[in-house]
Design a protein. Structure first.
Length: 584
């Protein structure tokens, strides 16, 4: 913590403000934000930002940071054109290339095939530096819906496996939902995580049944949810009771569709570990979809383990004798066509990118675009994400004062924004930031480290004793917030900012853009207020931070140590403030 009395007082005041701001809000009785100052959208027309603050706010919804250059670009091009150009850019560095450049994909004495930590190195590198912030931000949102966990993979080369999954999300994030769903399904990573690998047809002699894990989760978590939904995301009911989307019989029927698959080893070489006689598969099989062709397995065989019996689920029947590939396509078609997918998927993406409590009208508009992008195409993800980010509710300045609008900024996003805003770099070049999901001294969250397939938090989570609950709201990210994790985050982020502790032994920031402003505390606060909070800091918060900066005297305009101290305390207090933690 800062040691100067003024700095301690500033932090104490900010924490007090945070306790009030983070406790949830009351309702203002309005149906939702309305268009203001030309910053909203209506009937397909999207205005351009009229201030740097509006451009920065949009960037912090759509991307991972809001640099001065990005703000100028959005202001020049306008929201829609800028978003189109960013969505068209491919990923600038794939996970596969990251591993290859560092020889993490080689069988040698380092035994990388048996490690986990390089998955963390790769994801933090992807989130903290490089271009394609929109693609990566949206892929991160997808990774919290189509969840996999590096620890729970029954597979060699777990970091590379996570890398192939991340690259798959990046490649498909602005394509079509139907193709994305297929790629998730046939991914070796998902197949390992949810037990598609090894699931076989029924055997009455051994009482073997197909594994139901993936069949249940692809319905419950990935596509249609537990109850039928209206287009606006509200629950359909009959006689006052919610209508369930599927039964256990549907799970049993759908599970048969995902039988007889295994890893495709047909293009994979076997090598011997230099320090042992282990025969190890090289990682090439991770880049191939799973296969139901038994000739392509590790131990090829002539007989299929796919269930060829009739399969019935969700009101459709796949005839007996249908092959595994045709069966899988039919199953995915049925799920994709379900009317729940638009509101179910759309609302959760709104929650991840913009606000925890979107109005029914916001959900309806996004779900409508999912159902038809305007050209008769269902599931166009580029259109869906544009609809989310360019909606009047996301852009309107009226939502800035709406107590029902906004969300707690996820810890992962805080660290990613820290890295991008303050020019993070790796001393070793390997980005050796390990898992950061401990709550008492880290972030309480780390990419691809979710404790279960249900993500780090559920979309309907709300603390039962909060103002949010009393006002009929949800607060998903607050599932990670408690007395331990709040203190853990403050201690961790200060160590990262100050370049201290084990976490920052390799990854550090230069503050090159901020050092120049350190001799002018007011300009420094104004700059951080723009790039970190989109000018959403209260006057009280700015005054507290300004006082803390001014308490650090400079011996001369060339006092580099003093200027760095000023920048560090300003960055820390900004990232500790409720105005930053609550994103609107």
């Amino acid at each position: 913590m800062p040691t100067a009395p003024a700095n301690r007082a500033a932090l104490g005041a900010i924490v007090t403000l945070g306790a009030a701001a983070c406790g949830g809000g009351g309702t203002n009785g309005s149906g939702g934000p309305t268009q203001s100052n030309g910053a909203g959208s209506s009937a397909g027309t999207v205005a351009n930002p009229i201030s740097d603050a509006q451009a920065a706010r949009f960037l912090l919804h759509a991307s991972l940071s809001a640099s001065s250059a990005q703000i100028q670009s959005v202001t020049k091009l306008g929201y829609a054109r800028w978003l189109d150009e960013e969505m068209a850019k491919p990923n600038d560095l794939t996970a596969r290339q990251f591993f290859r450049d560092r020889n993490f994909d080689v069988i040698d004495e380092n035994s990388y095939f048996n490690e986990q930590r390089m998955a963390d190195y790769m994801t933090w590198n992807q989130l903290m530096v490089g271009g394609n912030g929109v693609r990566k931000r949206t892929s991160l949102a997808l990774s919290e819906l189509f969840v996999v966990n590096v620890e729970d993979l029954n597979i060699r080369w777990r970091p590379l496996a996570i890398g192939t999954y991340w690259d798959m999300l990046n490649a498909n994030v602005f394509g079509n939902f139907r193709e994305l769903l297929k790629q998730v399904t046939i991914s070796p990573v998902m197949a390992s995580f949810l037990d598609v690998i090894g699931s076989q047809k029924s055997d009455v002699i051994t009482n073997r049944q197909p594994d139901e894990n993936f069949a249940r989760e692809i319905m419950q978590l990935f596509t249609i949810g537990l109850v039928e939904l209206n287009l606006d995301g509200s629950t359909k009911s009959s006689d006052g009771r919610a209508i369930e989307t599927y039964t256990n019989e549907d799970v049993v029927g759908l599970a048969k569709c995902f039988t007889g698959y295994n890893f495709d080893y047909s293009n994979t070489n076997i090598s011997t570990h230099p320090n042992s006689n282990w025969a190890l598969e090289e990682p090439d099989f991770l880049y191939e979809p799973i296969t139901a062709d038994p000739r392509r397995w590790r131990r090829p065989q002539s007989n299929s383990l796919h269930s060829h019996e009739e399969k019935s689920f969700l009101g459709i029947t796949i005839p007996a004798g249908t092959g595994p590939e045709a069966t899988l396509e039919a199953a995915l078609d049925a799920l994709f066509a379900h009317p729940n997918v638009g509101p179910f998927f759309g609302k959760q993406m709104i929650q991840r990118l913009v606000t925890s409590n979107p109005s029914p009208e916001y959900v309806r508009r996004v779900a409508t675009v999912f159902n038809d992008n305007g050209n008769g195409i269902r599931g166009d993800l580029s259109a869906v994400f544009k609809a989310i980010l360019l909606d009047e509710e996301a852009l309107s300045e009226a939502s800035l004062t709406d107590s029902r609008f906004g969300k707690l900024r996820e810890p992962i996003l805080r660290l990613a924004q820290w890295g991008r805003s303050f020019r993070a770099s790796s001393i070793s070049g390997n980005w050796t930031l390990d898992r950061l999901d401990r709550d008492y001294d880290q972030l309480a969250q780390s990419p691809f480290r979710s404790p279960s397939v249900f993500n780090f938090f559920r979309p309907s989570f709300v603390d039962g004793s909060s103002n949010a609950q009393r006002n009929g709201m949800v607060a998903p990210e607050f599932a990670l917030a408690n007395e331990t994790s709040v203190a853990g985050y403050l201690n961790f982020i200060q160590l990262m900012i100050d370049g201290l502790g084990y976490a920052s032994r390799d990854v550090r920031t230069s503050f090159a853009d901020q050092i120049e402003l350190a001799t002018d505390p007011q300009s420094l606060v104004t700059h951080l207020d723009l790039i970190m909070t989109a000018r959403q800091m209260s006057s009280q918060t700015k005054s507290l931070i300004l006082g803390a900066i001014e308490s650090i005297s400079l011996e001369s305009p060339n006092d580099e140590d003093g200027k760095l101290k000023r920048v560090r305390i300003a960055a820390f207090l900004t990232m500790a403030s409720p105005d930053y933690l609550i994103q609107r």
